[in-house]
Design a protein around this ligand. Sequence first.
Ligand code: ATP
Ligand code: MN
Length: 477
Amino acid sequence: MARTKIKEVLQRDDSGYKVNVKGWVRSFRNNQFVALNDGSCMNNLQVVIDLENADENLLRNISVGASLSVHGTVVESQGKGQKVEVKAESVEVMGTCNNEEYPLQLKNRPSLEYLREIAHLRFRTNTFGAVFRVRHALAYAIHKFFNDRGFVYLHTPIVTASDAEGAGEMFRVTTLPFDNPPRNEDGSVNFKEDFFGRSTNLTVSGQLEAELGAMAFSEVYTFGPTFRAENSNTPRHLAEFWMIEPEVAFNDLTDNMDLAEEFIQYVIRYALEHNREDLEFLAQRLADEEKQKPQNERSEMGLIEKLEFVLNNKFERVTYTEAIDILLNSPAYKKKKFQYDVKWGIDMQSEHERYLVEKHFNKPVIVTDYPKEIKAFYMRQNDDGKTVAAMDILAPGIGEIVGGSQREERLEKLSQRMEEMHIPAEEMYWYLDTRRFGTVPHAGFGLGFERMVLFVTGMTNIRDVIPFPRTPKNADF
Ligand code: ATP
Ligand code: MN
């Protein structure tokens, strides 16, 4: 008999049919009631063991964490909490689980910090089951969104030789012996002897290559891993994270903002429609966590409310210059509540971004037209000579979730900016070729996938929304 998923059994509204279900024991009460979970959904299926005819050995082997294959009949449940249950006719323990050793046997709810140490097992908790089902749904929705709009999914390289992007510190990729590498006469490492015949790194962004694709397919996107060796131990930074980067020919900055806004709303709506149970569980988890906080630090909205609010309200759009003025006129600034100073030209700190989003506007904010000094060389220069056509999207509780821009399509302006920023034009000939051969206005952005998952799940630490986080001094599992 083929296995039926627990989700399917729970969704059907009939009973009286025979099934085979398989999964892991979440609880075992009175030597009779097993809560079985196979990960297909949040809820467990109640399996009722025929106590009178049950073998003693079998009962001894059923324990939290053990894996079972159950044959039985789906019947209407007598008990509260579920419509149907399975009356077991035969139970096979596929793998026992020693409860003296099993860490999820703990009676108290384990902390998220502790679960990070046992990340190989944390998928089996309700919280991480929900988080990673939602993560999956968001990934699927992202592909669906772009596919439905005719974007081509472009796989940009993970190992790159270009180090011009300047998005972050890079990890070197090498096969040279690090204790005794081949050297040039001047003593520097001779990368000609290295695997690729030159110095290479893990990518920090697929954007430059995505631009090449956009110059042929008009609309492309990447969705892949990126790596930044930034030594910032924050709840919002990973050394290895996934990024989505659409790049669209003929789009200007406004089109770019419209696309980003539509995109974010689309994937949130998808999760609300397809992962309701998971999100309701996560909303309750967040509400419980909020209760631990002092009143004035609690957020006004619950998770579901917050997500619906984002769907139903346009994002606020302000220029960087307006944003700085808002900060300068804020009570927080006047009462010297900011740790970092505010003036035109600063790279806004997370405290400034959070003030704008959480205190001033109380909704997602798109900040545009940043000073060119704090942005990348490829961003399109505005006519004022001071700013570039950049846009960052800031989300409540997260800060920056998207960074994007209209790209500089004018060869002369681009070359001049590269020179100013000491970016070697010879090495970037392939990038500049797009401006030589049929250049067009174009724009794109990068969205950090884990920041999106944080936002939708209401989790507060980025280490809890990627299966196996890579952060400074940690690459376990
Ligand atoms: P931040 O200021 O938060 O470090 P950034 O300016 O370095 O971000 P970009 O280079 O614009 O970010 O990258 C695009 C997006 O990738 C960001 O908006 C963010 O969502 C995400 N991102 C950037 N760095 C990280 C990281 N270390 N871990 C997870 N996501 C990240
Ligand atoms: Mn950064």
